[in-house]
Structure formats: structure tokens, C-alpha cells
Design a protein. Sequence first.
Length: 324
Amino acid sequence: MRVRLACTLGVGLSLWLATSHAAAPKGQEQNPPSAPAAASAVALTNVLFNVSDANDQPVTSLRQEDVRVSEDGVAQAVKSFAPQADMALSAVIAIDNSMSQERLLPATRKVAQALVPYLLRTPKDHAAVVAFAKETVLEQDFTGNPERLAKAIEGVSVLPLGTIGIIEGGSTSLRDALWVIGNDLLPQTPPETRRVLILITDGADTSSEKKMREATDSILKAACVIYVLGVGDKYYSDVNKKVLRELAERTGGRAYFPRKGDKLHPMFAQMRSDLSTQYRVAYATPAGKGGKDVLRKLKIEIVNPELRKRNLRVTYPQGYFPST
């Protein structure tokens, strides 16, 4: 199944996972919509984050009092805090198939296929495959079937010269691809799921209509984390590490730049470990503050003095957009 996803065909979406709004618990008094106090109602915001030590190993013994969560520079009162290990995974494998990747695609396909078992670890996990050059193409919709995913990955190729592909394959619309994935594809996934985008590219962009801020905002709105595999051909522009690092860091992910001969399985295992050892923190914040299209900036920091001495690394999305 190959479906072209047009950059102009956005759909409405809610922020489902890492920054979602929940109704007040049963038994808790709620003001009716017409009540004067409705404007000051609070929403429950959930954030997923990771903590690792100096050896990049997950820290799994954190307590609520060990961390401080701030939104737009204001410390928030934490309502709940707990490890979050059993949530399903919804992954998108996005492969750059522009001309700059032509020499690398045979190896890239093998890498992407080797990644699939790390993504589909439980019956609840599923993944989709996207290829992008000038246009973004859905090669395989979300499925938990590894054979279908492997077949879709095997079918990713650069369009041959002498056809319209000389135009489509000869340019790259990375930002447009991110925007389409965030607006059209990720909203199809279930509400209670971790969303992750595995982006395999050199980071070049020669033909996007969308700006980088629009592209990354669409990923944040979908509560998705980006993991990057930066691969490039030295005969083209090589790898834009700065852009790819910023993409990963802004969403709470990681960027890898494997060299020839590097063993990728430890990277994949680390990625899966990240996704399996997250914490979920929930706090109440004024609903409607700034509107749903205004980014709310997040900061999560270790405040326990003893833990601070260990120089722990906290990884989290740098902001979120409220769903209402």
C-alpha cells in the first residue's frame, strides 16, 4: 500500500499522550460551563521523561520529591508521579529516499528492517513506514505485523532518472514530511500510546514549503519523540548534524550518527530502553492559558542534592501545545 500524503491536507488533532488534558476524577467537584469560576478551571497535564546516569544507563529509582517541573518558568504542583513502562508504542519509520541517499539505501533498508523487532516488543506495539523525497509517501500504515513492515521497507527506492522522479527524487522536503507525519499520520494512533518517529536522513532540505518551526510544532502537538539516524553520502552534502540534533532534543529524543562499521544494535537497544523506562508526571495548570496554539515551555530538573552530584541527564520534550 503506497499512499501519497500531501503537505496541504492537515487534519484537526488533540494532544493525546505526553501532554494530555484529563477530566477531574469522579467525586471531585466540577464547575458547570456557565459558572463564573469556569475560566479558572484547571487541566491535568501529563509529561513523559527519561533520566540517565553518566554511563547512559536509565535511572529507575527516582521519587516525586527528587524532581521539579516548571511550565513557562513557573514551578508546578505535581499531582502524580510514577514509572510508565507498560504503555503501547506507535512508531513511524521515516526513510529519506531522495537522490542524496541513493548509494546508501541498500544499507539503510537493512538497518530499518533490523530496527523493527526493537519497536514491536509487545502485541500492543505497532509501526508504520514512510518514505520522503519531494513528496511524502505512506508505504505501510500502522501494523503489528513485522513481515509487512519489512516488505514495505524493502520497497523503498529512489525514483529512476528519466521519469518524473528526476524532479521528485532529486529534491528533499524534510520539513514537509515532518509536518505531514505530525498532522495526518500520528493522530490516527490510539490515545494511550507512546509516539515515536524514527527519522533516517542526512538532514538536507531543498524543497519544503513549511518552516522548521511549523514542522517541529506539528510533532510536539502529536506528543511524539524523534529519534534520528543521521546518515549521509560524502559525495552530496553529508549530514546536517546541527539540524538533526535540534529536532531530537526539542522533542525529548536522541540523535545518532553511526559511522561505517558501527554496530547499530546497541543503539536500538538504548532507544528501546529509553521508551521502556520513562516516568510520567502529572500537574495541574490553568486551562486555556495563552490558547491552544501557544507553546507552553517545559523544564524538568533534578532537585535532590545527592542526585545532582551524579550529573544525571534528564530528557523531555521542550514544550507542548494544550489540546483545548
